[in-house]
Design a binder for this molecule. Structure first.
Ligand code: UD1
Ligand code: MG
Length: 452
């Protein structure tokens, strides 16, 4: 059965106390909305429709950046979840398949859970995602009859005291055939405690027609919706816990998993070893057998097999670390390729550079890539040896097997195999240091004497 996702994201999110629309706040480095869209993509949704309202322009722009094919519909006034679904009627008029309604502020639902709902559709006309709430509070209650069939979803505000005792709650996710969904939504009224059009009313409407609704139950952690910064932080913690557990399960070693922070798209191969306090920003891939030592900050980079990174390394977007390369402490790499077996072990900035295989970058080497207006590239050849504290003023190249003397400021290309030295001659005077110090001490002693 073809699937369309319908993501509701028109609500305001007042409790975030933010100028940024709620669904654009980030979880594991990506907007909440992106998590929901990716879940839809993961179950192979053919169509994706997004209902926007508050912050419509910004939300729509972000959604189109993530998926240019997404259909955006606007709900100018927020009159409830049923009304929000109604806005997508025209967008989904031609769609023959199931629609899964998702919320833009509920980012942790797993694709497997949605697949289970799809599967349950073979037994029911409508499938609702429910959960046993530790504290049901203001969630809608899922009311089941003696045979286990769904009777209705009752909003907390409208529930009787007996209904409020029910712990099975509605997550908001609903799966129904498009035609049926819109037929039922047309019948929803707003005669209830909130004066809103409740999407949840379709369950009772379906039952009145003799149709069956079922419930798939997931873990409460998946249905966590975000309404405040505290909930955003709690969702981040839940995401991290899940992502770390998945990595451990997949064969990654983490000395202190609770101190490793992952992004929504982090990819780490088998037998990678990650030390404590490592942060992964978006778009990081690490190949099999690499080692990330303690206190590294990584984003937008690729680390190849057997490479050793850190401790205390910073890899920024465009850093491409070759097989068995070493990046040591206080080394920053940006938009640069470090060849196979190349080493930059201490205190360096390597930006906009190509470093050849097995090259050695001495401590304190800086690529001076920015002239105040433009960025320029530095090329360092294979097996080149860049002496400590070399400044490479780009654009400039150091050839294969070339050497630069320590402390040099290299402004002109160094050919293959050449040695470039740019520093003044050393002057050495025998015995002068001792003589000089003795003189200074004598001056100090004289000064103390006259003061007393
Ligand atoms: C809804 C459900 C409730 C469920 C709860 C789970 C209804 C009537 N109630 O209640 O059963 O337990 O979610 O969190 O569906 N939205 C719009 N336009 C609107 C109203 C809402 O786009 O006019 C969007 C919101 O941005 C949000 C989602 O729909 O993403 C849910 O809306 P919200 O107001 O949070 O619904 P609840 O009252 O929490
Ligand atoms: Mg809500």
């Amino acid at each position: 059965m073809p699937i369309a996702t319908l993501i509701l994201a028109a609500g305001q999110g007042t409790r975030m106390k933010s100028d940024l629309p709620k669904v654009l706040h980030r979880l594991a480095g990506a907007p909440l909305l992106q998590h929901v869209m990716q879940t839809g993509a993961a179950i192979g949704a053919r169509r994706s429709v997004l209902v926007v309202g508050h912050g419509a322009q910004a939300v729509a722009d972000t959604a189109r950046d993530i998926d240019p094919e997404i259909t955006i519909v606007e709900q100018a006034e927020q009159k409830g979840t049923g009304h929000a679904v109604e806005q997508s009627r025209a967008a989904l008029a031609e769609f023959e398949g199931d629609v899964i309604v998702l919320y833009g502020d509920t980012p942790l639902i797993r694709p497997e859970t949605l697949s289970a709902m799809q599967e349950a559709r073979s037994r029911h006309d409508i499938v609702v995602l429910g959960f046993e709430a530790a504290n049901p509070g203001r969630y809608g209650r899922v009311i089941v009859d003696g045979t286990g069939a769904l009777e209705a979803i009752v909003e907390a505000k409208d529930a009787t005291p007996e209904e409020l005792q029910v712990r099975l709650c509605n997550s908001g996710v609903i799966c129904a055939p498009a035609a049926l969904l819109f037929e039922l939504v047309a019948e929803i009224g707003n005669d209830n405690a909130s004066g809103e059009y409740y999407l949840t009313d379709i369950i009772a409407l379906a039952r009145a027609r003799g149709l069956s609704s079922g419930v798939v139950i997931c873990d409460e952690a998946e249905t966590m919706g975000i309404n405040s910064r505290a909930e955003l932080a709690a969702a981040e913690a839940a995401f991290q816990a899940r992502a770390r557990a998945e990595l451990l399960e997949s064969g990654v070693t983490m000395t202190a998993p609770e101190t490793v922070f992952l992004a929504h798209d982090t990819v780490i191969g088998r037998d990678v070893v990650i030390g404590p306090n490592v942060f992964f920003g978006p778009e990081v891939t690490v190949e099999t057998g690499a080692e990330i030592r303690a206190f590294c900050h990584l984003e937008g980079c690729h680390i190849s097999q057997g490479a050793i990174i850190g401790p205390f390394a910073r890899l920024r977007p465009g850093a491409e670390i070759g097989n068995d390369a070493h990046v040591g402490n206080f080394v920053e790499i940006k938009n640069a390729i470090l060849g196979e077996g190349a080493k930059a072990n201490h205190l360096s900035y390597i930006g906009d550079a190509d470093v050849g295989d097995a090259a050695n970058i001495g401590a304190g080497t800086i690529t001076c890539n920015y002239d105040g207006v433009m960025k320029h590239r530095t090329k360092i050849g294979k097996r080149a040896f860049v002496g400590s504290n070399t400044a490479l003023v780009a654009p400039v190249s150091v050839g294969d097997e070339a050497v630069t003397g320590s402390g040099s400021v290299i402004t002109r290309d160094v050919p293959d195999g050449a040695l470039a030295l740019e520093r003044s001659q050393q002057v050495t005077r025998e015995g002068l240091a001792r003589k000089h110090m003795a003189r200074l001490r004598a001056i100090k002693a004289k000064k103390l004497k006259t003061e007393n």
